[in-house]
Design a protein around this ligand. Structure first.
Ligand code: SN0
Length: 322
């Protein structure tokens, strides 16, 4: 593996899952693999799990880790090409990225959709510049259109808890006060279909995701019908994708919140969410605090997912000199 930006980069998923279980059994088996190697983790947006789990995973492999929060302490970075830099952004990504590449062996990048220009978001303008100009393997720590480390951790979690070969996995839109990116649902849908599960997506009309990511999943507009017989309910808010309303909150209809009454329609299903989650907007306290909630095991598996990815990249690097 060179870069990790989507499910396509990880190859056969059964192999990835067996590596995940291997890492989980002994996190320190390869604690010298990353000796004298540096991971640089760059955050253009906030993070709790990604920051902690990716740093921990790199350290389990013996790496040095540098975390850079672009909003706190670095020069404010210009990201668009061809601009006259007469504003408040003193440095361009075109210099900043190769400079970062000088100090790092692997670069992790978090850069959410900005909802300013749909083409910039959906062409992965920022992530792609890191791939082009850093000269280093790049790991997406949630980019504009995907959050593959999250989806990988979700896949590991479902493999741990499923009782059927092909579980019914339901991704449900849920209300939220702010406009949130489509990265988590895009990536989850794409990864779950690749995993061979029975995937249903439910959302109010108007919240259709980019079909590129949802191919192979069934869209059901009636949330209760979608929940019937489900083994896993994955809740997430996202803003509208369609051109004319791109990045907009179309409604905050609280009838879409996940509660125990809806969970009772499932086949004793588990509740999942990538976190952070707005209590009593997205999901009720009793579901989140209940015995079928998997949100903490999911978060724990973020470390495992990151470690599998970094380990593979490091193994690939060892063919080059330090
Ligand atoms: C991010 C998102 O993509 O939806 C990160 C999820 C892993 N979530 C948020 O930005 C939540 C912000 C909020 O105000 O609730």
């Amino acid at each position: 593996m060179v870069h990790f930006t989507s499910v396509k980069d990880i190859g056969p998923l059964d192999q990835a899952i067996s590596e995940a279980f291997e890492v989980k059994r002994n996190k320190f088996a390869d604690s010298s693999l990353g000796k004298h190697r540096t991971a640089l983790l760059i955050f253009f947006n906030s993070s709790l799990r990604t920051r902690l789990s990716t740093q921990k995973a790199a350290e389990n492999l013996g790496m040095n880790v540098i975390v850079l929060n672009v909003q706190q302490g670095a020069w404010n970075l210009e990201t668009r090409k061809g601009t006259i830099m007469d504003g408040d952004k003193p440095e361009h990504l075109l210099e900043a990225i190769p400079v970062m590449g000088c100090y790092a062996d692997i670069i992790g990048v978090r850069s959410f959709a900005r909802f300013e220009h749909k083409e910039d978001d959906y062409s992965e303008m920022i992530l792609d510049q890191f791939i082009k100009y850093s000269g280093r393997p790049v790991i997406s720590m949630e980019a504009a259109t995907r959050h593959p480390l999250q989806s990988f951790a979700d896949h590991i979690t479902i493999e741990e808890y499923k009782t059927k070969e092909k579980p019914k996995v339901v991704l449900t839109w849920a209300p939220h006060p702010k406009a949130l990116p489509q990265a988590v649902p895009n990536s989850f849908a794409e990864w779950m279909v690749a995993a061979g599960y029975h995937v249903i997506i439910t959302h109010p009309r108007g919240y259709e995701l980019d079909e590129h990511f949802t191919q192979g999943a069934e869209i059901v507009y009636d949330q209760q019908e979608a929940f019937r017989g489900a083994d896993f309910i994955y809740a997430k808010n996202w803003a509208a994708f369609r051109d004319t309303v791109y990045g907009k909150v179309l409604n905050t209809d609280s009838s879409w919140m996940v509660d125990n009454r809806k969970m009772e329609l499932t086949d004793n299903g588990y509740f999942m969410h990538c976190l952070p989650v707005r209590r009593n907007m997205v999901v009720t306290d009793d579901v989140l605090d209940g015995p079928r909630s998997l949100v903490i095991p999911q978060a724990a598996n973020r470390e495992i997912a990151a470690q599998v990815v970094i380990r593979r990249i490091l193994k690939n690097l060892t063919q080059f000199d330090l």
